[in-house]
Design a protein around this ligand. Structure first.
Ligand SMILES: *[C@@H]1O[C@H](CO)[C@@H](O)[C@H](O)[C@H]1NC(C)=O
Ligand SMILES: [Ca+2]
Length: 150
């Protein structure tokens, strides 16, 4: 093995040492911040954007499980970036407006159920930190997500 190749291998493995900014928690290839300030959904979204991030958008069952289990560890309710604000019952990820899988295990049983009064996705302590629809103007804690914060 020559030195150039060795340097290449070291560079590759350094690239794989993943770590998030201080205060952010890594799961797979994303970094999350569980914020303890209670804010309206839209205000919470703005806070995340101030850090070049967005409200968390779990795209896989694994990401959903991670957010749920960590939210349960901390306790309380957390806004994430899922909403049907644009059109009632069209649940989408806010940043891309891609539709959310309504049968995914992210949703708690019997959710969403708030109709036009509840248009934002909240991981609810009372629902074992699974998602329900809730009133967007209520102040709740929130989770930001960064895809490149490491
Ligand atoms: C939606 O989620 C369910 C449960 O995890 C899964 O079986 C199904 O394949 C998903 N559908 C899509 C379109 O991803
Ligand atoms: Ca709704």
């Amino acid at each position: 093995m020559n030195l150039v190749y060795l340097a290449f291998l070291i560079a590759i493995s350094a690239d794989n040492v993943e770590s998030c900014f201080t205060g952010w928690i890594q799961f797979q290839n994303k970094c999350y911040m569980f914020n303890s300030m209670a804010k309206e959904w839209g205000v919470a979204s703005g806070y995340c954007q101030a850090f070049n991030a967005k409200l968390a958008e779990p795209r896989t069952e694994e990401e959903g499980h991670f957010l749920t289990s960590h939210a349960q560890k901390i306790g309380g309710n957390f806004w994430i970036g899922v909403t049907d604000l644009i059109e009632e019952d069209m649940w989408m990820y806010a940043s891309t407006q891609e539709l959310v899988n309504m049968t995914s295990s992210l949703w708690s049983t019997n959710e969403p159920n708030g109709y036009t009064s509840s248009n934002c996705g909240l991981l609810m302590a009372a629902l074992h930190a699974k998602m329900g629809d809730y009133i967007c103007t209520r102040a709740e804690k929130f989770i930001c997500e960064l895809n490149n914060g490491m």
